[in-house]
Design a protein around this ligand. Structure first.
Ligand SMILES: NC(=O)c1ccc[n+]([C@@H]2O[C@H](COP(=O)([O-])OP(=O)(O)OC[C@H]3O[C@@H](n4cnc5c(N)ncnc54)[C@H](O)[C@@H]3O)[C@@H](O)[C@H]2O)c1
Length: 436
């Protein structure tokens, strides 16, 4: 395939060499005449393992060249990859000037080209940039997005220092697109790599890089805070984190990674507090670990705001315990939520198939006596009755009987969902998920 790459920095130079290695005819475009001259002399524009040999050999084989001329590059190719820089501005906002400058020049040149053209945005950009890029190209070319050309998002995951290796071994290949054929064409460039190709919505693809890198930063800082606590106690931090990573069921796994309501129960809040106190007693600062509870409380505040925004006063809670399949009410975020709403004068009715007041004992009973002492007056044993007296149904646990009931419910109750109910319920009028 004939491919053009706009921006010959780290990402562009590696893509140029590696795509040529895969047999494609690739032309690089840059505003820097020095970089263009380097490529045309068979030299890389960056220092990176293996890249000098690749550029030299592919240049000698006649598969790579470079130019400052947009029109010739676009005319001669079917796919254009955009890999210009997207640095942070002085206030931390992303500077998209280079991207939009490329879009304008690209549109001007595309006006002169016949036939469908595919543009793949490889630079790291915030959600919505792809659509804006396409609208600028459309404005400048007089052509229509997704008819005469398509812009797909194809974020780059490589790391400097191991860029060529990472190019050949990506964790996955991600393509966001509103145009199936364009997505498939871009996917075909990477299908030979040992990684899954995922084609998804544009904005999902655009956000992924930010989510990934934020999580990577979180991992580093979490490991460092744990390490600092360990070293204050003369415990081997590397042994701790090594064993931590061996748990592929709960630790290094998709578990706990589903957006939803606050965590609770008898273990997470208690043990988090325990570790925090231990660090504090050792004079070790752990702002990251301390902020976990702050975020958790904010999730409860968010639920309160969503309920307030319905303007309704009669609330029905489906599920009171801290998760499905248990009657444990200790530190259940639903209890805190209900306590807050009772304080604001809401009328509340609760149904929980696992909670029977007569069976509550020990610390569980003590907890609820302390927080909602008149719980017995709020509980109902009948979902029909719950719906009958409530204008808003707040779903806290994913129990099968709640799901069956809501699927069959024909009224227009407001439903506030903390647990990601099935699609059929999510499509109903007046439905709202806590963070989807
Ligand atoms: N460097 C990395 O490790 C890495 C990894 C993944 C993603 N990314 C992302 O990829 C993008 C590119 O990063 P990079 O490190 O390769 O950037 P870079 O600064 O090394 O290279 C950008 C190139 O774009 C050129 N350029 C600027 N305006 C241009 C224009 N109008 N037309 C043509 N060329 C133009 C510049 O001259 C420069 O050569 C960024 O969004 C970055 O966040 C970078």
């Amino acid at each position: 395939m004939n491919i053009s790459i706009f921006g010959l920095g780290y990402v562009g130079c590696v893509s140029l060499g590696c795509l040529a290695r895969n047999g494609h005819q690739v032309v690089g475009v840059d505003v820097s005449e020095t970089k263009v001259a380097q490529i045309n002399a068979g030299l890389p524009t960056i220092i990176e393992k293996e890249i000098d040999t690749i550029i030299r050999e592919e240049h000698a084989a006649g598969r790579i060249s470079a130019t400052t001329d947009y029109l010739s590059a676009i005319r001669g190719t079917a796919i254009s990859i955009i890999a210009v820089g997207t640095p942070s501005g002085p206030n931390g906002h992303l500077n998209l000037d280079y991207i939009f400058n490329v879009a304008e020049k690209f549109g001007d040149a595309l006006k002169e080209k016949e036939g469908f053209h595919i543009i793949a945005l490889r630079s790291t950009v915030l959600p919505g940039t792809n659509e804006k890029f396409a609208s600028i190209v459309a404005q400048h070319s007089g052509k229509k997005a997704n008819e005469d050309f398509a812009v797909v998002s194809n974020p780059e995951f490589l790391r400097e220092g191991t860029a060529v290796h990472d190019y050949h071994h990506p964790p996955l290949t991600l393509i966001g697109s509103a145009h199936t054929e364009a997505a498939e064409q871009v996917a075909s460039l990477y299908r030979h790599l040992p990684a899954e190709v995922i084609i998804t919505d544009l904005k999902v693809a655009e956000l992924m890089k930010y989510v990934n890198n934020t999580f990577h930063a979180l991992k580093v800082s979490f490991a460092n805070e744990i390490g600092n606590i360990c070293s204050s106690l003369s415990i081997d931090s590397h042994k701790v984190m090594e064993i931590f990573c061996m748990d592929k069921v709960l630790n290094i796994s998709p578990y706990y990674f589903k957006p939803g309501f606050a965590y609770g129960g008898s273990c997470l809040p208690k043990d988090l507090k325990g570790l925090q106190t231990l660090a504090h007693d050792q004079y070790v600062r752990t702002p990251l670990i301390e902020s976990i509870d702050v975020t958790n409380q904010l999730q409860i505040t968010r639920a309160v705001s969503m309920i307030q925004a319905t303007g309704k006063r009669n609330l029905g809670f489906m599920g009171l315990s801290f998760k499905a399949g248990t009657d444990d009410l200790r530190n259940s975020p639903a209890v805190t939520l209900i306590e807050t709403l009772l304080g604001k004068g809401y009328t509340i009715t609760i149904y929980d198939s696992n909670v029977s007041l007569s069976k509550l004992t020990g610390t569980n009973k003590e907890y609820i006596d302390r927080h909602i002492p008149h719980l017995s007056r709020l509980l109902t044993q009948d979902l029909q009755e719950l719906a009958g007296v409530s204008e808003v149904l707040v779903v806290n646990n994913k129990e099968t009987d709640y799901i069956d009931f809501l699927e069959q419910l024909e009224s227009d109750h407001h439903v506030i969902d903390m647990v990601r109910l099935p699609e059929a319920i999510r499509q109903k009028k007046n439905y709202q998920g806590i963070n989807w």
